[in-house]
Design a protein around this ligand. Structure first.
Ligand SMILES: [Zn+2]
Length: 289
């Protein structure tokens, strides 16, 4: 097999974990990179009702944090903000934008949530970015990734397309899981003890759209700085809504009821530790340098 090089800093990658796919680590910048393959089947194996109950409240809380920072950074702009979301999934971000009088278009490869998109009158184009991207004269005020950036195979090509599609003073907003987070560390520790299911789950190797990269704050900034972006701010987001952990665990079809109850109990006991630990999800705001 050819030796792989780090998509951030071009250093040689070293094999770190053998899971369903291999995970490599960059000894220079610490990027974790997988050789996972995206299955173009477009069949999500998450049970969508359970997932919705568990996640919606959590996501909407995080979107409040993102929107207040977006509005703060765009304070001088009097026109309605025009944005693009890449990978809209269920469409909750677009729904939030409508409620906040922000004009945002979504691009989404899957049709699984299409009835919901239609019901909520969301502006979604089906397909892959940048192929189906409509573009906007003068560029977008912001482009956002909500738990999507880590799934994209060619991140350098992606960032170049983003640069073209953003206005000169446009913001690139990336909300993603962190390799420095509490759950990632626990997953790695369990894997070393021979229990690999958490780490496999974190990489989403059992799902049709696995993670390609796990970033930390430094290597994400390094990637964007290489493409002439600069980081304006970083905010911690919430990963767990303690009122709906059980539904979220149940949404993973591989978990049975007893196991879900046990996991819920364990996580509830660890609540004070988790709340003070290194965050598992952060949002980064970048602009063109
Ligand atoms: Zn690297």
């Amino acid at each position: 097999m050819d030796s792989l090089s780090c998509p951030v800093c071009a250093y040689a990658l070293k094999l770190k974990h053998r899971l369903r796919f291999n995970v490599y680590e960059c000894a220079n910048c610490g990027l974790l990179h997988s050789d996972a393959k995206f299955e173009h089947s477009f069949q999500s194996n998450l049970e969508s009702t359970s997932r919705d109950i568990g996640l919606k409240q959590l996501r909407l809380g995080n979107f409040e944090i993102i929107i207040s920072e977006l509005q703060k950074l765009k304070e001088g702009k009097t026109d309605q903000l025009q944005g693009l979301e890449i990978g809209s999934g269920n469409g909750w971000w677009l729904e939030t934008c409508i409620a906040k009088n922000i004009d945002c278009i979504g691009i989404e490869p899957e049709h699984i949530y299409e009835p919901y998109h239609i019901e909520k009158k969301l502006n979604i184009i089906y397909g892959f970015y940048p192929e189906v991207s409509p573009g906007r004269d003068g560029g977008y005020d912001f482009i956002i990734f909500n738990d999507v950036f880590e799934h994209i195979p060619d991140i350098n090509g992606l960032v170049e397309s983003l640069k073209k599609d953003l206005a000169d003073d446009g913001l690139l907003i990336i909300n993603l899981p962190m390799s420095t987070g509490f759950f990632y560390r626990i997953g790695t520790m369990l894997h070393k003890l021979g229990m690999s299911s958490s780490l496999t789950r974190l990489w989403q190797f059992n799902f049709h759209s696995p993670h390609m990269n796990y970033f930390n704050a430094d290597n994400l900034k390094m990637l964007l700085e290489k493409h002439h972006f600069s980081c304006l701010s970083i905010h911690k987001l919430n990963t767990l809504d303690f009122s709906s952990i059980k539904e979220r665990i149940m949404a993973d079809s591989g978990v049975n009821k007893i196991k879900a109850v046990l996991m819920t109990g364990a996580l509830t006991l660890m609540k004070p530790i988790i709340k003070n630990a290194e965050p598992d999800t952060k949002v980064f705001f970048f602009k063109k340098a």
